[in-house]
Design a protein around this ligand. Structure first.
Ligand code: ZN
Ligand code: ZN
Ligand code: ZN
Length: 362
């Protein structure tokens, strides 16, 4: 059973999961020969038996579970740092605390195509990926043993992707992660002082100023945060106040979110020549009643530099590019992408296509 250990001084939790040390490293070969990697890739169609049985798949009618025919497939992570067990135990070891790492780790395979890099996937497929996020999020949100669900994506080896085949991950855990406690505390302070959501206020301010806004459609705004930690740190935030990603409106917000995500990934891919990156979705803890003050969002951080001694020692990031400059660069890229994808206007009046509206107030 994987363990969580608590640091006596800071209260920080660390997941100790030694089974992950045995994780196969497919990457050293993958860089040289993707065909060989595909032969042994557990996420490729035909290799379904190499993973634990699927917990969700969108697949062609008439195809059996754990066989080819799927276009998105979700399986438990074979090398899970957290495990769903009926009874988690706390243990004390002298002054030290340890508890069983209760939770779920899942792999959400983006596409049956081993080489279909996520930034270049068609919009329809990105919508299906987002649907799988929503379906699995909602599934875990009902589990009373869990406190928090995080969906994330690692792109490229320097960003921690251990298998070449594109996939997202989901962690459903039995504690509220520390980075959240900081965000929640800040959101609560702001709400107490101003009786409004700090994220809604930020969105309004950013849209008015415009300098850090990269793209917006009818339901989402993509922008560089004022205090971006790294060059090209990018956030995607719903315009509707909503604390939980699980409440994403599938009819209206899902296509808009998929569009914002796809254009952002494509803009980075084209503009920076396929940089490694991480993104994760911050959503309200499952049990805390923070619906009036928290606001879910996606944070994307390209891996363009490595956190070194200063960052590790102080927690202060050094960003060598102004967020306004990286926003302007990405905005230009994404405008080009969106214009190409939109094609000519659908009718003679030249009315803009809904969802393709871009900011021109630069
Ligand atoms: Zn594969
Ligand atoms: Zn809000
Ligand atoms: Zn956040």
């Amino acid at each position: 059973m994987p363990q969580l250990r608590q640091d006596l001084i800071t209260g920080r939790w660390v997941a100790v999961a030694t089974e992950r040390a045995r994780r196969p490293d497919s990457f050293s070969q993958a860089a040289k020969e993707t065909v060989a990697a595909r032969d042994v890739c557990p996420f490729c169609p035909g290799h379904e038996a190499m993973t634990p049985p699927e917990v969700l798949a969108y697949r062609a009618p008439g195809t059996a579970p754990n066989t080819p025919g799927w276009w998105v497939r979700v399986v438990p992570n074979l090398y899970a740092a957290f495990r769903l067990e009926p009874d988690g135990q706390d243990h004390q070891d002298g002054r030290f605390w340890q508890r069983d790492a209760i939770g779920a780790c899942e792999v959400l395979i983006s596409s049956p195509d081993h080489r279909a890099t996520t930034p270049l996937l068609p919009r329809r497929q990105v919508e299906e990926i987002v649907q799988s996020y929503v379906d699995r999020y909602r599934q875990h949100a009902h589990n009373p043993a869990l406190e928090h669900v995080l969906v994330l994506y690692n792109h490229g080896r320097p960003a921690g992707a251990s298998l070449e085949h594109p996939h997202s991950q989901l962690y459903a855990v039995s504690l509220i992660p520390p980075s959240f406690l900081d965000e929640l505390a800040g959101a609560r302070r702001f709400h107490e002082a101003h009786t409004e959501c700090v994220f809604c206020r930020t969105l309004e301010d950013e849209r008015r100023a415009g300098a850090r806004v990269i793209f917006e459609n009818e339901a989402f705004v993509v922008f560089a945060p004022y205090a971006a930690r790294t060059p090209f740190e990018t956030w995607i935030m719903p315009r509707r106040h909503s604390a939980s990603f699980g409440d994403l409106e599938v009819a209206k917000e899902k296509p808009a979110f998929a569009q914002a995500l796809q254009l952002t990934l494509k803009g980075l891919y084209e503009g920076l020549n396929d940089p490694p990156f991480n993104y994760y979705i911050h959503s309200a803890p499952l049990k805390a009643d923070v619906s009036n003050l928290y606001h879910w969002h996606l944070e994307l951080i390209p891996k363009l530099s490595t956190a070194a001694g200063f960052e590790l020692g102080t927690g202060i990031w050094i960003n060598v590019v102004k967020p306004e400059e990286s926003a302007a660069f990405l905005r230009e890229r994404i405008q080009k992408e969106a214009a190409q994808l939109a094609g000519p206007p659908a009718d003679a009046s030249g009315a803009s296509v809904p969802g393709e509206r871009l900011r021109h107030s630069l």
